[in-house]
Every structure is written in structure tokens, then in C-alpha cells.
Ligand binder design. Structure first.
Ligand code: PLP
Length: 375
């Protein structure tokens, strides 16, 4: 038995067994740890899908504003931010719940909907929390595998969704793989939803997708099903460190229960001010996304030229088959000062996910891969 479990039982602690058994969340390595392992200062962190361009200068101005009062509790309802999001998305603010990152919304939705024995459908490879948060509630999670050509298995997903789980968690564009559901595919999955199922569409990478990718909110709203659509300020807007994401719900009662499942003062004052400033400077975000999409095409072509099978990407990262255990390749890249994410989910250990960085970081990745891959 693991020493910490041993100590807990010595103290007579009875953990929630679902929580005690959770698999760890595979977070990207810190720059400090990478420095100590690689003995290099110039670390390229290409593992966490952060925005290498930083964030809008308007956000830094808002954070320095005297209007920000750290000694006061922030608005627990995020009233101003929900109003701004309501205008941007043309939805009623009482259908929006803001979270400490969209991660918190995944947790709150799971807490609001699931009891031990509930069932959840997602995909594999998956965004870890789409599995971990349901497991924390004691739910059973069915994971539908991707196809040979690294796409959504629509037949299998349709069947799993039609079996009426309590929640379906899908990211589209898909983290960690990269493709997005096109409109007919999304409509087909939505049509398979039965009463009793909440369809959660996680669009963390929405801003990076091209015009062939449907606006999930539009498709979901016209479908009439119960849904929660997740978006975040962490990726395209460059606010990962401040933690703001949100859920747009099919109806206010769903939003009310999800809000009841979050912590009251979940989004701090700095985060609320920063998100509002981000919405006030969409031009910065769009320019950054345009640069990153160009780089995505360039890096994908370089990886393909090296012989890797790369999944099509509508995101700010690339997912590719490195032919063997991806952790060996990740370790070699780390020696070169580059942090990437070796996928660890069972059956998917051949895949590596790399975030699109600055042009210089991407060049380093490409040169390092040329050096370390035998051919
Ligand atoms: C990054 C990511 C999130 C988490 O975003 P936060 O808003 O930073 O919590 C949620 N879903 C997916 C699919 C992601 O890749």
C-alpha cells in the first residue's frame, strides 16, 4: 500500500472513495522544473496550449487600474461580464455561468448532474477533466476511441449518445487531437441526444477554427436539446493564469443549478476585470489567432516532412504519432529545453501533443526533432 494511504488509515480517515481513486491530471511541466532537468535557461513551453503572444495590453492596463479593489469580495454573479458575454453571443445573461476557468464549469456540471452510478460518454484520447470530474462523482465513463485516421468515430459516438447517458462531454475542436466536428457531424450527434442527457460541447479552441467549423452555439440553440456550451479566455485571449471560462446553458434553470454547484466567489476581481478588457480588444485576439494559425500550417508541414502522421488541427496545437513511446521523444526534446506533452492514456502512448509557439520556438522544435529523430 502507498505510504500516504497507510497514514490516512492510521488516522482513521475515510476518504470519498471516488476521489481517492482518481487518476492524476497530467498538467504540463513547469518552466522551473524543465530548467533544472535540461540545465538550460531558454525553455520553450509547448505543452499547455497557452498563447505565446501573451495577452492584449488592454488587459494589463485594466489590471493596474485603481478601479480594481483587491480588498473587496468580487461580484459572485459576474454581472458585468455576463452582460458583456450576453451581448457578444446574443444570449440571455441568466443562461451564462462564469467559472474559475472552464475547468470549474466541468466540475460544477458534473457535481450538478451526476450521482454514483450515473453514466457519462466522452472520447479517447480525451481532455482529462471530462473523465476525472465525472469519476469524482462516482459516475461510469464510457470513452469512444478515435478512428484510424485520427478523427471522431461518428457511428460509435451516435450509438453511445443514444444510450442516454446523463452527460456527453465532447470538445470540438478536439483536445488533444485537433479536428473539429463539421456541421452535419455535430447535427447528427445532437440528433442522437435523448431526454435525460445534457450535451456539453467544450469549445475551448473555438477561436482557432476555420470557417468550415460550425458555431456550436448556433447548432445547439436551434436543436432544442439540453446543452451547456463551454468557452474560455485561457487560450486565444491569453488569460490562462487568471482563470476565466464560462458555460452558456440551454435554459436558465440549468444555469441556476450549475451556478449552485460552483464556489460562491469563484472568479476573482482581477480575473473579472481582465476578461472584460479582453472582450474590449477582440482585435488583439484575432491578430494573434491569425499568426498562430499560419504557424500551425508551417509546423504541421515540417512534421509531415519528417515522416510523422499529424492529425488535422483546428486548434493551437498539433497531435502526432511519433511511431514509438512518445515519452522517450518528449524526454529528448526536454534535454533541448522544449516541453511537450507525451500522451499517457492507455492505447494512445504513441502520440505527442505540441502547442504552437512563437515562430522562434517553433523553429527550435522543428530543428530539435530533425536532430533527435533517426532517419
Ligand atoms: C484548456 C482547456 C480547458 C480549460 O480551460 P480553462 O478555462 O483554463 O479552465 C477546457 N477544455 C478544454 C478542452 C481545454 O483544452
Amino acid at each position: 500500500m502507498d505510504k500516504s494511504v497507510d497514514e490516512a488509515s492510521k488516522h482513521g480517515l475515510a476518504f470519498n472513495p471516488h476521489v481517492a481513486a482518481l487518476p492524476p491530471y497530467n498538467a504540463g511541466m513547469s518552466i522551473a522544473v524543465a530548467r533544472s532537468i535540461s540545465s538550460r535557461d531558454d525553455i520553450a513551453r509547448l505543452a499547455s496550449n497557452e498563447n505565446p503572444d501573451g495577452c492584449s495590453p488592454a488587459i494589463l492596463v485594466a489590471l493596474a487600474s485603481p478601479g480594481l479593489e483587491p480588498w473587496r469580495y468580487a461580484d459572485p454573479a459576474c454581472t458585468a461580464l455576463r452582460a458583456a458575454l450576453g451581448r457578444k453571443l446574443d444570449v440571455a445573461p441568466d443562461t451564462i455561468v462564469v467559472g474559475n476557468g472552464s475547468e470549474e464549469m466541468i466540475a460544477a456540471i458534473s457535481r450538478a448532474m451526476l450521482v454514483p452510478g450515473s453514466s457519462v460518454v466522452t472520447v479517447v484520447p480525451s481532455f482529462g477533466l471530462h473523465e476525472i470530474e465525472p469519476l469524482a462523482q462516482g459516475a461510469k465513463v464510457t470513452k469512444v476511441a478515435m478512428t484510424e485516421d485520427l478523427g471522431f468515430d461518428l457511428d460509435a459516438l451516435e450509438k453511445a449518445i443514444a444510450a442516454a447517458p446523463q452527460i456527453v462531454f465532447l470538445s470540438s475542436p478536439w483536445n488533444p487531437v485537433g479536428p473539429a466536428l463539421d456541421r452535419p457531424s455535430l447535427e447528427r450527434l445532437v440528433a442522437a441526444v435523448r431526454p435525460g442527457t445534457l450535451f456539453v460541447l467544450d469549445e475551448a479552441y473555438f477561436e482557432f477554427a476555420d470557417a468550415s467549423c460550425p458555431n456550436g452555439l448556433e447548432v445547439l440553440r436551434s436543436s432544442g436539446i439540453a446543452f451547456a456550451l463551454l468557452r474560455t479566455f485561457s487560450k486565444a485571449y491569453g488569460l490562462a493564469g487568471l482563470r476565466v471560462g464560462y458555460a452558456v446553458c440551454s435554459h436558465p434553470e440549468l444555469a441556476r443549478v450549475i451556478a449552485a454547484a460552483k464556489t460562491p466567489f469563484n472568479v476573482n476581481a482581477a480575473a473579472q476585470a481582465a476578461a472584460l478588457a479582453a472582450l474590449g480588444d477582440e482585435a488583439w485576439m484575432q491578430a494573434s489567432v491569425a499568426r498562430l494559425r499560419t504557424e500551425r500550417g508551417r509546423v504541421a508541414a515540417a512534421l509531415e516532412a519528417l515522416g510523422f502522421k499529424v492529425a488535422p488541427s483546428q486548434t493551437n496545437f498539433l497531435f502526432f504519432d511519433c511511431g514509438g513511446d512518445s515519452s522517450a521523444l518528449a524526454a529528448k526534446l526536454l534535454q533541448e529545453g522544449i516541453i511537450v506533452k507525451a500522451w499517457r492514456e492507455s492505447g494512445n502512448e504513441r502520440y505527442l501533443r505540441v502547442t504552437i509557439g512563437t515562430p522562434a520556438e517553433n523553429d527550435r522544435l522543428i530543428f530539435a526533432l530533425r536532430r533527435v529523430t533517426p532517419r
